[in-house]
Design a binder for this molecule. Structure first.
Ligand code: DGL
Length: 279
Protein backbone atom coordinates (compact mmCIF):
# COMPACT_ATOMS: atom_id res chain seq x y z
CA UNK A 1 0.00 0.00 0.00
CA UNK A 2 1.24 3.50 -0.81
CA UNK A 3 -0.81 6.57 0.11
CA UNK A 4 1.24 9.10 -1.89
CA UNK A 5 -0.58 10.74 -4.82
CA UNK A 6 -0.04 9.87 -8.48
CA UNK A 7 1.49 12.72 -10.49
CA UNK A 8 -0.18 13.31 -13.85
CA UNK A 9 0.84 15.99 -16.32
CA UNK A 10 -0.18 17.45 -19.64
CA UNK A 11 0.63 20.50 -21.74
CA UNK A 12 -2.68 22.01 -20.61
CA UNK A 13 -6.19 21.02 -19.66
CA UNK A 14 -6.81 18.20 -22.17
CA UNK A 15 -5.20 15.58 -19.91
CA UNK A 16 -8.34 15.73 -17.77
CA UNK A 17 -9.78 13.16 -20.21
CA UNK A 18 -7.21 10.74 -18.76
CA UNK A 19 -7.84 11.96 -15.19
CA UNK A 20 -11.55 11.30 -15.73
CA UNK A 21 -10.82 7.66 -16.64
CA UNK A 22 -8.43 7.29 -13.66
CA UNK A 23 -11.10 8.63 -11.29
CA UNK A 24 -13.51 5.99 -12.63
CA UNK A 25 -11.11 3.04 -12.46
CA UNK A 26 -8.96 4.07 -9.46
CA UNK A 27 -11.42 6.03 -7.27
CA UNK A 28 -9.25 5.72 -4.14
CA UNK A 29 -6.18 7.41 -5.60
CA UNK A 30 -5.14 11.00 -4.90
CA UNK A 31 -4.06 12.76 -8.09
CA UNK A 32 -1.82 15.80 -8.52
CA UNK A 33 -2.28 17.13 -12.04
CA UNK A 34 0.10 19.66 -13.57
CA UNK A 35 -1.24 21.46 -16.65
CA UNK A 36 1.44 23.56 -18.35
CA UNK A 37 -1.06 26.21 -19.45
CA UNK A 38 1.71 28.86 -19.65
CA UNK A 39 3.48 26.94 -22.43
CA UNK A 40 0.69 25.05 -24.23
CA UNK A 41 0.60 23.96 -27.07
CA UNK A 42 3.39 21.38 -27.12
CA UNK A 43 2.16 19.87 -30.39
CA UNK A 44 3.74 22.55 -32.59
CA UNK A 45 7.10 22.60 -30.75
CA UNK A 46 10.40 20.84 -31.39
CA UNK A 47 11.17 17.58 -29.54
CA UNK A 48 14.01 19.27 -27.60
CA UNK A 49 11.68 21.92 -26.21
CA UNK A 50 9.01 19.37 -25.25
CA UNK A 51 11.70 17.27 -23.52
CA UNK A 52 12.85 20.32 -21.53
CA UNK A 53 9.29 21.14 -20.44
CA UNK A 54 8.43 17.53 -19.59
CA UNK A 55 11.59 16.96 -17.52
CA UNK A 56 10.97 20.19 -15.59
CA UNK A 57 7.44 19.10 -14.69
CA UNK A 58 8.58 15.58 -13.76
CA UNK A 59 11.24 17.11 -11.45
CA UNK A 60 8.57 19.31 -9.87
CA UNK A 61 6.27 16.32 -9.31
CA UNK A 62 9.07 14.20 -7.88
CA UNK A 63 9.99 17.02 -5.45
CA UNK A 64 6.32 17.33 -4.48
CA UNK A 65 6.30 13.66 -3.43
CA UNK A 66 4.34 11.40 -5.78
CA UNK A 67 4.56 7.62 -6.09
CA UNK A 68 4.35 7.43 -9.88
CA UNK A 69 4.31 9.78 -12.88
CA UNK A 70 1.83 9.45 -15.71
CA UNK A 71 2.46 11.57 -18.80
CA UNK A 72 -1.10 12.17 -19.98
CA UNK A 73 0.05 14.36 -22.89
CA UNK A 74 0.41 12.42 -26.16
CA UNK A 75 3.05 14.79 -27.51
CA UNK A 76 5.18 14.56 -24.35
CA UNK A 77 4.64 10.77 -24.16
CA UNK A 78 5.72 10.49 -27.80
CA UNK A 79 8.96 12.48 -27.55
CA UNK A 80 9.96 12.71 -23.86
CA UNK A 81 8.94 9.52 -22.02
CA UNK A 82 12.33 7.83 -22.25
CA UNK A 83 14.21 10.94 -21.06
CA UNK A 84 11.77 11.54 -18.19
CA UNK A 85 12.00 7.87 -17.15
CA UNK A 86 15.80 8.03 -17.19
CA UNK A 87 15.95 11.15 -14.98
CA UNK A 88 13.71 9.90 -12.17
CA UNK A 89 13.70 6.90 -9.89
CA UNK A 90 9.88 6.85 -9.98
CA UNK A 91 7.88 4.62 -12.32
CA UNK A 92 6.89 6.65 -15.41
CA UNK A 93 4.26 5.71 -17.97
CA UNK A 94 2.53 7.39 -20.89
CA UNK A 95 -0.48 7.10 -23.15
CA UNK A 96 1.07 5.80 -26.40
CA UNK A 97 1.41 2.07 -25.61
CA UNK A 98 -2.06 1.73 -23.97
CA UNK A 99 -3.62 3.61 -26.93
CA UNK A 100 -1.81 1.40 -29.45
CA UNK A 101 -2.87 -1.77 -27.60
CA UNK A 102 -6.51 -0.64 -27.50
CA UNK A 103 -6.47 0.07 -31.25
CA UNK A 104 -4.86 -3.26 -32.14
CA UNK A 105 -7.52 -5.03 -30.07
CA UNK A 106 -10.30 -3.23 -31.98
CA UNK A 107 -8.72 -3.73 -35.36
CA UNK A 108 -9.67 -6.40 -37.89
CA UNK A 109 -7.23 -6.73 -40.78
CA UNK A 110 -7.05 -3.22 -42.24
CA UNK A 111 -4.78 -0.31 -41.41
CA UNK A 112 -5.00 1.59 -38.10
CA UNK A 113 -5.50 5.36 -38.30
CA UNK A 114 -3.87 7.88 -35.97
CA UNK A 115 -4.86 11.52 -35.63
CA UNK A 116 -2.70 13.70 -33.38
CA UNK A 117 -0.62 16.86 -33.13
CA UNK A 118 2.15 17.45 -35.67
CA UNK A 119 4.87 16.64 -33.12
CA UNK A 120 3.26 13.30 -32.22
CA UNK A 121 2.77 12.32 -35.87
CA UNK A 122 6.32 13.37 -36.80
CA UNK A 123 7.74 11.29 -33.91
CA UNK A 124 6.27 8.08 -35.38
CA UNK A 125 5.64 6.93 -31.78
CA UNK A 126 2.20 5.40 -32.43
CA UNK A 127 3.39 3.68 -35.59
CA UNK A 128 6.33 2.16 -33.69
CA UNK A 129 4.14 1.06 -30.76
CA UNK A 130 1.53 -0.55 -33.05
CA UNK A 131 4.17 -2.33 -35.13
CA UNK A 132 5.86 -3.65 -31.98
CA UNK A 133 2.57 -5.33 -31.06
CA UNK A 134 1.55 -6.36 -34.58
CA UNK A 135 4.47 -5.93 -37.01
CA UNK A 136 2.64 -6.06 -40.35
CA UNK A 137 -0.11 -3.56 -39.51
CA UNK A 138 -0.23 -0.53 -41.77
CA UNK A 139 -0.60 2.76 -39.89
CA UNK A 140 -2.08 5.85 -41.53
CA UNK A 141 -1.14 8.97 -39.57
CA UNK A 142 -2.64 12.42 -40.05
CA UNK A 143 -1.80 15.61 -38.13
CA UNK A 144 -5.02 17.40 -37.16
CA UNK A 145 -3.89 20.64 -35.48
CA UNK A 146 -7.19 22.52 -35.90
CA UNK A 147 -9.05 20.25 -33.46
CA UNK A 148 -7.55 21.44 -30.14
CA UNK A 149 -8.61 25.10 -30.59
CA UNK A 150 -12.13 24.00 -31.61
CA UNK A 151 -12.42 21.92 -28.43
CA UNK A 152 -10.94 24.64 -26.19
CA UNK A 153 -13.38 27.16 -27.72
CA UNK A 154 -16.27 24.80 -26.82
CA UNK A 155 -17.21 24.34 -30.51
CA UNK A 156 -17.63 20.55 -30.32
CA UNK A 157 -21.29 20.71 -31.35
CA UNK A 158 -20.90 23.31 -34.13
CA UNK A 159 -21.51 22.16 -37.73
CA UNK A 160 -18.18 23.64 -38.85
CA UNK A 161 -16.38 21.22 -36.50
CA UNK A 162 -17.79 18.33 -38.57
CA UNK A 163 -16.57 20.13 -41.71
CA UNK A 164 -13.07 20.40 -40.23
CA UNK A 165 -13.14 16.66 -39.48
CA UNK A 166 -14.22 15.96 -43.05
CA UNK A 167 -11.42 18.23 -44.27
CA UNK A 168 -8.99 15.83 -42.57
CA UNK A 169 -10.70 12.52 -43.44
CA UNK A 170 -11.56 13.18 -47.11
CA UNK A 171 -8.11 13.64 -48.70
CA UNK A 172 -6.43 11.05 -46.48
CA UNK A 173 -6.66 7.25 -46.46
CA UNK A 174 -8.22 7.34 -42.97
CA UNK A 175 -11.51 5.97 -44.33
CA UNK A 176 -9.68 2.72 -45.23
CA UNK A 177 -8.79 2.11 -41.57
CA UNK A 178 -10.52 -0.42 -39.32
CA UNK A 179 -9.96 1.59 -36.15
CA UNK A 180 -8.72 5.00 -35.15
CA UNK A 181 -6.48 6.25 -32.35
CA UNK A 182 -7.37 9.67 -30.95
CA UNK A 183 -3.72 10.56 -30.33
CA UNK A 184 -4.27 13.80 -28.46
CA UNK A 185 -5.59 14.37 -24.94
CA UNK A 186 -8.41 16.64 -26.14
CA UNK A 187 -9.83 14.41 -28.85
CA UNK A 188 -11.91 12.08 -26.62
CA UNK A 189 -14.08 15.18 -26.02
CA UNK A 190 -14.88 15.02 -29.73
CA UNK A 191 -15.15 11.21 -29.91
CA UNK A 192 -18.83 11.18 -30.85
CA UNK A 193 -18.35 13.61 -33.76
CA UNK A 194 -15.18 11.81 -34.90
CA UNK A 195 -17.02 8.44 -34.87
CA UNK A 196 -19.84 10.01 -36.90
CA UNK A 197 -17.49 11.32 -39.60
CA UNK A 198 -15.08 8.42 -39.50
CA UNK A 199 -17.71 5.68 -39.24
CA UNK A 200 -15.32 3.20 -37.57
CA UNK A 201 -14.51 2.29 -33.96
CA UNK A 202 -12.39 4.69 -32.00
CA UNK A 203 -9.86 3.33 -29.45
CA UNK A 204 -10.53 4.47 -25.88
CA UNK A 205 -7.02 5.60 -24.92
CA UNK A 206 -7.95 7.22 -21.56
CA UNK A 207 -9.58 3.99 -20.30
CA UNK A 208 -6.72 1.84 -21.60
CA UNK A 209 -4.24 4.20 -19.87
CA UNK A 210 -6.13 4.09 -16.56
CA UNK A 211 -6.27 0.27 -16.66
CA UNK A 212 -2.53 0.06 -17.44
CA UNK A 213 -1.87 2.40 -14.48
CA UNK A 214 -3.99 0.17 -12.22
CA UNK A 215 -1.95 -2.84 -13.35
CA UNK A 216 1.35 -1.00 -12.62
CA UNK A 217 0.15 -0.13 -9.11
CA UNK A 218 -1.01 -3.70 -8.45
CA UNK A 219 2.31 -5.14 -9.60
CA UNK A 220 4.08 -2.93 -7.04
CA UNK A 221 1.39 -3.36 -4.39
CA UNK A 222 1.21 0.46 -4.44
CA UNK A 223 -2.51 1.25 -4.39
CA UNK A 224 -3.91 3.74 -1.90
CA UNK A 225 -5.99 2.59 1.08
CA UNK A 226 -9.26 1.18 -0.28
CA UNK A 227 -11.38 3.12 2.23
CA UNK A 228 -10.11 6.48 0.97
CA UNK A 229 -11.92 8.69 -1.48
CA UNK A 230 -9.36 10.03 -3.95
CA UNK A 231 -8.75 13.78 -4.35
CA UNK A 232 -7.72 15.81 -7.41
CA UNK A 233 -5.40 18.83 -7.12
CA UNK A 234 -5.00 20.82 -10.31
CA UNK A 235 -1.80 22.84 -10.57
CA UNK A 236 -1.57 25.17 -13.57
CA UNK A 237 1.42 27.19 -14.73
CA UNK A 238 -0.89 30.03 -15.81
CA UNK A 239 -4.55 30.93 -15.26
CA UNK A 240 -6.84 28.94 -17.54
CA UNK A 241 -10.23 29.29 -15.85
CA UNK A 242 -12.20 29.32 -19.10
CA UNK A 243 -10.76 26.18 -20.71
CA UNK A 244 -10.60 24.40 -17.33
CA UNK A 245 -14.31 25.20 -16.83
CA UNK A 246 -15.26 23.98 -20.34
CA UNK A 247 -13.32 20.72 -20.16
CA UNK A 248 -14.12 19.80 -16.54
CA UNK A 249 -17.85 20.53 -17.07
CA UNK A 250 -17.97 18.41 -20.24
CA UNK A 251 -16.23 15.51 -18.50
CA UNK A 252 -17.90 15.89 -15.10
CA UNK A 253 -14.50 15.70 -13.37
CA UNK A 254 -14.63 16.57 -9.66
CA UNK A 255 -11.75 18.86 -8.63
CA UNK A 256 -10.66 19.15 -4.97
CA UNK A 257 -8.40 22.21 -5.37
CA UNK A 258 -6.92 24.39 -8.12
CA UNK A 259 -3.84 26.60 -7.85
CA UNK A 260 -1.26 28.30 -10.02
CA UNK A 261 2.37 27.19 -9.68
CA UNK A 262 5.62 28.79 -10.74
CA UNK A 263 8.08 26.52 -12.55
CA UNK A 264 10.39 29.43 -13.43
CA UNK A 265 13.14 28.27 -11.07
CA UNK A 266 13.24 25.01 -12.98
CA UNK A 267 13.09 26.68 -16.40
CA UNK A 268 16.43 26.92 -18.21
CA UNK A 269 16.68 30.50 -19.54
CA UNK A 270 18.71 29.74 -22.68
CA UNK A 271 16.99 29.94 -26.07
CA UNK A 272 17.36 26.71 -27.99
CA UNK A 273 18.65 26.91 -31.57
CA UNK A 274 15.81 24.54 -32.63
CA UNK A 275 13.30 27.20 -31.48
CA UNK A 276 15.04 29.88 -33.53
CA UNK A 277 15.14 27.81 -36.69
CA UNK A 278 11.42 26.93 -36.45
CA UNK A 279 10.37 30.57 -35.70
N1 DGL B 1 -1.88 17.66 -24.85
C1 DGL B 1 -1.42 17.66 -26.21
C2 DGL B 1 -1.34 16.22 -26.73
O1 DGL B 1 -1.97 15.32 -26.19
C3 DGL B 1 -2.32 18.48 -27.12
C4 DGL B 1 -2.23 19.97 -26.93
C5 DGL B 1 -0.85 20.53 -27.28
O2 DGL B 1 -0.50 20.64 -28.47
O3 DGL B 1 -0.12 20.80 -26.34
O4 DGL B 1 -0.65 15.95 -27.67
Amino acid sequence: MNSLPIGVFDSGIGGLTVVNAIQKHLPNEDLVYVGDTARVPYGSRSPGTVIDYATQIATYLEDTGVKEILIACNTASAVALEVVAAQTSLPVSGVIVPGAEAAVELNESGPIGVIATRATITSGAYQNAIQQIQPCTEVISVATPLLVPLIEEDCMDEPFTLEVLQHYVRPSRLSECDSLILGCTHYPLLAEQISRVFGKPVADTPTATALALAKNLDQRNARNEPAREGSLSILLTDDADRSLGIVSRRLGVSITETKTIDLSELIAPEIRSSDLSSA
